[in-house]
Ligand binder design. Structure first.
Ligand code: SF4
Length: 249
C-alpha cells in the first residue's frame, strides 16, 4: 500500500475538549499510519481531502508548534490531551518531531499534560515530561494476544514494546497509566498481570462501534465478543484482576 505524507499549514492547533477532565486537545497530525481497523478517528478522512484509505495518509501540521505558542498565551491554563484523533507518536514523528516541538511549547507555558499513544517512541520525550509540573502518560493496550493485535491493529507497535514503554516511564518516575480500549479478545487476568506493576491506574473502555469490525470478529472465531453480556463479564474479570487500579470509562 502506498503512503502519502503532506505538510500542511494550520490556523489553530489547540482546540477545546468535550472530554471530561480535559480542557484542550492538541493533534499535531491529521491521519494515523497505525491504521487500526476499528479506529474511531477515521471520520477525519472526510475533512482531509484525501482519497487514500485511513492509515495510508498523514498530514503533518508543520506550523503547529508556532501556532500553539500563540494560542497558549491567550487562553486560561488547563489540561491538554495529546492526542484525540491521531497517535502523536506514530512512526513518522521520529523524523517530523512535531509532537516533541509541541511538548517544548507546552513545557515553556507549563500547561498540565496528558499523553495517549500506542507507541514506545513516547519514551524519547521523558526529558520533556520531567520539566512539566503535571503530566500523565497513557499507553493503549487492547489485548494480551499478538495474533489479535496484528488482526485489528496491523501497523501499530507490538504488545511487548508498549509494556516496555510503561515500564520505562514508571522507572523514570513519570506517572503512567494504561488505557485498555477498545477491549479486544483477550485473557483479562493475563493482561492485568502484564501491566499492573508499571501503572498507577487503568482505564477500561469497551468497543463502541462493534459493527465496524463485526466481520473480523466473526471470521476469526470471536463472535461471543459481539455480545454485550459476554463483554461485561470480561470487564468484571479485568476489574477484579486489577485489584482497585481499574476504572470503566
Ligand atoms: S493508533 Fe489510534 S488514531 Fe491511530 S489508527 Fe489506531 S486507533 Fe486510530
Amino acid at each position: 500500500m502506498s503512503f502519502v505524507l503532506r505538510q500542511i499549514q494550520v490556523k489553530s492547533l489547540l482546540s477545546k475538549s468535550g472530554i471530561e477532565g480535559i480542557d484542550y486537545c492538541v493533534n499535531p497530525y491529521v491521519g494515523c499510519s497505525h491504521g487500526c481497523r476499528y479506529c474511531y478517528a477515521a471520520f477525519m478522512k472526510r475533512f482531509s481531502g484525501h482519497q487514500e484509505p485511513w492509515g495510508a495518509f498523514v498530514d503533518a501540521k508543520v506550523n503547529g508548534p508556532s501556532v500553539l505558542e500563540r494560542q497558549l498565551s491567550k487562553v486560561p491554563r488547563g489540561i491538554v490531551l495529546m492526542s484525540t484523533v491521531t497517535d502523536p507518536y506514530q512512526p513518522l514523528e521520529k523524523n517530523q518531531r512535531l509532537t516533541r516541538a509541541c511538548l517544548e511549547v507546552l513545557s515553556r507555558h507549563n500547561f498540565p499534560l496528558h499523553v495517549l499513544t500506542k507507541s514506545p517512541l513516547v519514551v524519547r520525550d521523558i526529558d520533556l515530561f520531567s520539566t512539566l509540573s503535571l503530566v500523565e502518560v497513557g499507553v493503549t493496550l487492547t489485548t494480551d494476544d499478538e495474533k489479535v493485535r496484528r488482526l485489528f491493529e496491523p501497523h501499530a507497535p507490538p504488545i511487548p514494546e508498549r509494556i516496555g514503554a510503561l515500564q520505562r516511564l514508571s522507572q523514570e518516575g513519570i506517572k503512567a497509566y494504561a488505557f485498555l480500549g477498545p477491549m479486544l479478545p483477550m485473557e483479562p487476568e493475563r493482561l492485568a498481570g502484564m501491566i499492573a506493576p508499571y501503572v498507577s491506574s487503568v482505564l477500561i473502555d469497551r468497543m463502541n462501534y462493534p459493527w465496524k469490525t463485526a466481520t473480523l470478529y466473526r471470521r476469526n472465531g470471536f463472535s461471543p465478543w459481539l455480545n454485550r453480556d459476554f463483554v461485561m463479564d470480561i470487564e468484571d474479570r479485568l476489574l477484579k484482576a486489577l485489584d482497585g487500579k481499574g476504572r470503566l470509562v
